[in-house]
Write a protein that binds this ligand. Sequence first.
Ligand code: NAP
Ligand code: MG
Length: 457
Amino acid sequence: MTGTHDVINPATEGVVTTIEQVGVEETDAAIAKAVAVGPAWRDVTPADRGRLLRRFADVVDAHLEELAQLEVRNAGHTVGNARWEAGNVRDVLAYYSAAPERLFGRQIPVAGGLDVTFKEPLGVVAVIVPWNFPMPIAGWGFGPALAAGNTVVLKPAELTPLTAIRLGELALEAGIPDGVFTVLAGKGSVVGERFVTHPDVRKVCFTGSTVVGQGIMRTAADSLKRVTLELGGKSANIVFADADLDKAAASAPMSFLDNAGQDCCARSRILVERRVFDAFMGRFEAAVAAVSVGDPADEATAMGPLISAGHRDAVRSFVEDGVDVDVAFRGSCPDGLGWWYPPTAVLPRSVDDRVWREEVFGPVVAVMPFDDEADAIAKANDTAYGLSGSIWTRDVGRAIRVARAVEAGNLSVNSHSSVRYSTPFGGYKRSGIGRELGPDALDAFTETKNVYVDTTD
Ligand code: NAP
Ligand code: MG
């Protein structure tokens, strides 16, 4: 053990609990165990592996409220969101419980024999999880990784370890053998780094900041570890003049305020066609004013606090303390204890403004007019990121044209949906490498082996 860590409730600043953090020695021991139990896990028959994952899903479902309440206290998520998040872990496990029996290879016509491919597990997969969605992001890694026959070590973020620790216990309760899925609470600079340097880890599945992701990819090159990286975003919500303006404005607030804006898919830039700019802003301001910010345990709350004091300072630095930016309007938030920040809409003066270019990861949106379709696409793509985005228009042809032209992995038309467990998720450009979820997720957790059998006499 390297020491203890106080887990803090971001809505009250009170200590929720104190946990032991592991160090390199415990990390190495867990990886050694994951290696040792690998062959037995890989040899569990496909039907039985599926059955175990379904049992894991059922155990998560039976503890859904407990997990949700834990996340409300640990991460300040609204209780409605936290229930969805625990349910997402269950659903991902249920979805991938069907995968072991459908992990098909191919039979390829060749001369002189039979050629078949196999999808084989990689071995030990390390999952590194950020603090913004502790449960879903953990599940997107361990669900398909386990289904493919890998063993998994997982590190939650230092600030939000509690639900991951509980999921590790629930896996054992469901009958997943000891050592197949191990949760290691500890520091990124200790446990996370060890995952990336350890010779027996075959793949690192990382979600977090672009700068840490870049470092992981550099280090992983030494041992040619496979990486999946899900990183930051600066997604655009493009509103054309022919859109249902009432609906576009009514839905825009939660597209950047959900999870207090601590969402890699947050539509933190809104582009509005110039001739409806004022009409949109009036409706948008009224919709933001109606968002209730406060106690995340209250069923009626739409937005809770930020994760930490340090993160609130980082968010504030985009808008306050002598920053030259025009604030269009602000919503309200509690004062007193808790790391609150009000919903804030700003009008950048140019596309070079920091708030227009950098990820805020808080309840701040930047709004800018555009002139025509080409201008909208150019502005949307003028970013290093490419994770998601939305297009509001009644013109079907335009919706498809713009969706194809925006360089991002997850676009939605007349909605702000980004993540479904049954569809692929991931980023273009500096938003990451690889895709998670959807029907092809196991490709990222398997090697393809080709076997040729000579059938000549
Ligand atoms: P972060 O600092 O990159 O941390 C993410 C995880 O990596 C944490 O578990 C962290 O551990 C660990 N880590 C830190 N340094 C490490 C190192 N040198 N080696 C290995 N692991 C290390 O990001 P964050 O502050 O938690 O989350 C905010 C960022 O994540 C935002 O930029 C956001 O856009 C991005 N994000 C992206 C997605 C997506 O799907 N694309 C989803 C969520 C978040 P500690 O907690 O101990 O530092
Ligand atoms: Mg960090």
